[in-house]
Ligand binder design. Structure first.
Ligand code: FES
Length: 326
């Protein structure tokens, strides 16, 4: 099970900067200008954008105890409201509640070499990792792919760091310079030392290729972070089922077009949640009986196989009834 997040805090938007035509970075500081909880590479915060909308964003920047947090948000054309809200509604001086930071994409401290791949806005956690590796003088390679140079957030800073680095190497790939051919991830990974720890954050198609290309590597050397839960495989039905809440014995029906979390909240029952996208892990609940249909992007393969818990904002049930520890 995921650990509970640190207590929520209220932060003020100090500045908003356009990084690329589709990416804004936001600097957030505490209302009383106190230092914020320490951050580690790969950390994210959960930002409450409206009373009903919480989204998770990776923190950008060097590890340590910062005075400010920085996030970067790409405007997603398929936005379900989060990125559009940030781009169109959030202004300097606004106050936002956050939870975290939390880490679900840990940078291993024992790697002989770290090989990192970032696609588009996936650079945000990866850039933090690169800065930490550079700070520690540990060997790294970064492959950074984007639509074009002008769409690559933080590119200038990354190039400046890599040009001076004694331990790191930057490989860039811009689709508009290669006639639209994407980064050749299998070829890139083939150049990574056999004992390297591999990291990837980017869009779903990139992660699918990465997972396939890294299949021969030790599983605990292969790390990734998704922007959103994987789509249910085509042909996967979303059928209705029953949930039983173990603590009260209450039985609730989950219709085909609603999630377990929707139904629980609709019934006035308290449950922790954050992103509502199957990526933050805040809604993970233990399974008492039944077999979950895992559709999240957060549980490890072994956690999914053990069926010990379920991410209730997106996963469903393979059995007609599922008892959960709520
Ligand atoms: S609310 Fe984020 S994984 Fe469910």
């Amino acid at each position: 099970m995921s650990s509970l997040p640190p207590a929520p805090a209220r932060l003020r938007v100090r500045s908003i900067t356009r990084q690329t035509p589709t990416v804004l970075s936001l600097v957030l500081e505490s209302i009383n200008r106190e230092p914020l909880p320490a951050i580690r590479p790969g950390d994210h915060i959960d930002l409450r954008l409206t009373p009903t909308m919480v989204r998770s964003y990776s923190l950008v920047g060097h590890a340590g105890s910062p005075m400010r947090y920085e996030i970067a948000v790409a405007l997603d054309p398929k936005s379900r409201g989060g990125s559009r809200h940030v781009h169109e509604k959030i202004r300097v001086g606004d106050e936002l509640d956050i939870a975290g930071p939390r880490n679900l994409f840990e940078l291993r401290q024992d790697a002989a070499h770290s090989f990192l791949i970032a696609g588009g806005i996936g650079i945000t956690p990866i850039w933090s990792m690169v800065q930490e590796l550079e700070h520690q003088g540990r060997s790294w390679t970064l492959c950074y792919a984007a639509r074009s140079r002008s769409h690559a957030a933080y590119l200038e800073e990354i190039e400046a760091l890599s040009s001076k680095s004694q331990v790191g190497r930057l490989i860039t790939h811009f689709d508009d310079e290669t006639g639209g051919t994407p980064l050749d991830i299998p070829a890139a990974l083939a150049s990574a030392p056999k004992d390297a720890h591999l990291y990837c954050c980017g869009p779903a198609p990139m992660l699918a290729v990465y997972e396939q290309a890294a299949a021969g590597r030790p599983a605990d050397h292969v790390h990734l972070e998704r922007f959103a839960a994987e789509e249910a495989p085509s042909g996967t039905d979303s059928t209705a089922f029953e949930i039983i809440l173990a603590k009260s014995g209450k039985k609730l029906q989950v219709p085909a077009d609603r999630t377990i979390l929707d139904v629980i909240l609709d019934n006035g029952i308290d449950a922790p949640y954050g992103c509502m996208q199957g990526v933050c892990g805040m809604c993970e609940v233990a399974v008492v009986e039944g077999v979950p249909d895992h559709r999240d992007g957060i549980l490890s393969t072994s956690a999914k196989q053990s069926n010990g818990s379920i991410v209730i904002c997106c996963s469903r049930s393979l059995t007609r009834s599922l008892t959960i520890d709520l």
